[in-house]
Design a protein around this ligand. Structure first.
Ligand code: ZN
Length: 472
């Protein structure tokens, strides 16, 4: 029995109340046009829901065509289903269109908040590039996570001896993903993220702003993040990142709250904001002068953005750890050496010449192995196809790296992981993280993202370096 009219009314009322609360919170934290933001969230939510429910329907109907679960999973069907799933591309298009339309308009709102006479006529290359990369990345991450969750429940189903029809029924009764809830959460996070990006764009373009300040408005949440409350009032130069101590103890460098370089647990449900501090001397200059300085600021940031990409390439050229796994942040290297050499007794020091030679030789032998991918698939439950792809990506193929078109530099820890995965003896958590990391990264690369960016995005969900450190 369902008194559906009453139920829908209650849900609508709940959402309307939640929207009102959200509006108040955004207002309190200094978001521009909170009304518009709430409307934008619900229109994005509708589009995302449509894509997610279509994906669920597609996957459920394809799965119910399988003979049984082992056939589905160990045969080619599951790989075919994943390959035929266009959700990542569709989501990328939805987010890309949204950001492209909304961010420039919003940047205009933000710049007028600080200086009513200025407007935003163009956005920086940095922001343009961010829109492209992040839309694609987000689509891939969402589709990838769903596939992984379905995969886990297929494996559970095999273990529990479920038939296809029982499994399909389960998917209906207890959905693997709540499409509506997921769409709402993602839309809220991404629209608020768009506000941060637009605000930062306005701050960069405004010549009267030199410093920015992190603002935490915690009234909305019953349990505000302590580490974000601690950020309230912290300032940074407008072109430099804040330093945020993550709830997990890591130090992050976000340019603004909800920066896409933060892990989801620091971004989702974060209602923090940042604001520029206006220098009255510059603000007092004639409008023509301020406009000219705005043009100069855009040109300078475009120049800096290009320069940064070139510099990244130079760093990786001299950094032996650039093999697609180890993050190339400055300062992380010493820490890593310590961690890695400290805990291994009786084994090779991963930083030694011997370890380097071993890794080179082992990589060469992997290229000659015939059955390693079959064994690893058996030992881990990954599909043979996925492992073959990972093997080619890691050991065989050449890549457009920042320092040229070449194979990844052999890396001792990866050689060790592969050896454990292949033999099935003493497989560690970090080895499975390696596989997940590479699979995510190679898919991002396939979709046109640079190896550098793909590695950074993949590390947010599957961080191999962190896993090794934990192990030591
Ligand atoms: Zn926050």
């Amino acid at each position: 029995m369902c008194d559906c009219a009453a139920l829908i009314k209650a849900i609508d009322a709940y959402i309307a109340k939640a929207d009102d609360d959200l509006k108040d919170a955004l207002n309190g934290a200094g978001f521009a046009d909170p009304d518009g933001a709430v409307k934008e969230i619900s229109s994005l939510e509708e589009k995302v829901t449509e894509v997610l429910t279509a994906e669920t329907t597609y996957i459920t109907s394809k799965i119910s065509q399988a003979k049984d679960l082992p056939n589905l999973y160990y045969g080619d069907l599951w790989d075919e289903i994943k390959n035929g799933d266009t959700t990542a591309e569709e989501l990328a298009a939805v987010f890309g269109d949204e950001f492209m339309a909304y961010i420039p308009e919003l940047a205009g709102e933000y710049i007028r908040q600080a200086d009513p006479e200025l407007s935003v006529n163009t956005i920086t290359e940095r922001t343009n590039s961010w829109i492209n990369v992040w839309s694609i990345t987000l689509g891939l991450i969402m589709a990838f996570n769903f596939h992984r969750n379905v995969e886990n429940s297929i494996i559970d189903g095999i273990i529990n001896g479920l038939s296809i029809s029982m499994f399909a029924q389960n998917m209906k009764d207890k959905p693997i993903r709540d499409d509506y809830h997921n769409a709402r959460l993602v839309s809220m996070t991404e629209i608020l993220r768009a506000h941060s990006v637009a605000n930062q764009e306005a701050i960069m373009q405004n010549p009267a702003v030199e410093y920015k300040e992190w603002v935490h408005a915690g009234v909305f949440q019953t349990k505000p993040r302590e580490n974000h409350v601690a950020m309230n009032g912290v300032t940074a130069r407008k072109d430099e990142p804040f330093q945020l101590l993550g709830a997990d103890g890591s130090l992050y460098n976000p340019m603004y709250p909800r920066d896409s370089n933060l892990p989801p647990e620091e971004s989702i449900n974060c209602h923090c904001m940042h604001k520029g501090a206006v220098n009255e001397n510059v603000f007092g200059l004639p409008l023509e002068e301020r406009k000219r300085m705005q043009e100069e600021a855009i040109a300078a940031d475009n120049e800096k953005f290009t320069q940064e990409n070139v510099t990244n390439g130079e760093n990786t050229l001299t950094n032996p750890d650039n093999n697609g796994i180890i993050e190339v942040e400055t300062g992380s290297e010493n820490n890593m050496n310590e961690n890695m050499s400290g805990g291994i007794s009786g084994a090779l020091d991963p930083e030694s010449k011997e370890a380097e030679i071993h890794a080179e030789q082992y990589y060469e032998s992997v290229r000659n192995m015939k059955n390693d991918y079959i064994n690893i698939a058996k030992n881990t439950g990954f599909s043979e196809n996925d492992i073959k792809e990972i093997k080619n990506y890691l050991f065989v193929d050449k890549h457009e790296l920042t320092d040229g078109y070449k194979r990844f530099t052999p890396y001792f820890e990866i050689a060790q992981s592969w050896q454990r995965l292949e033999s099935g003896i003493n497989i560690r958590e970090q080895d499975i993280i390696l596989l997940n990391h590479e699979l995510t990264e190679l898919r991002l690369v396939k979709s046109g993202i640079s190896q550098d960016d793909a590695h950074i995005e993949a590390s947010k969900i599957f961080n191999y370096r962190k896993a090794i450190e934990k192990e030591e």
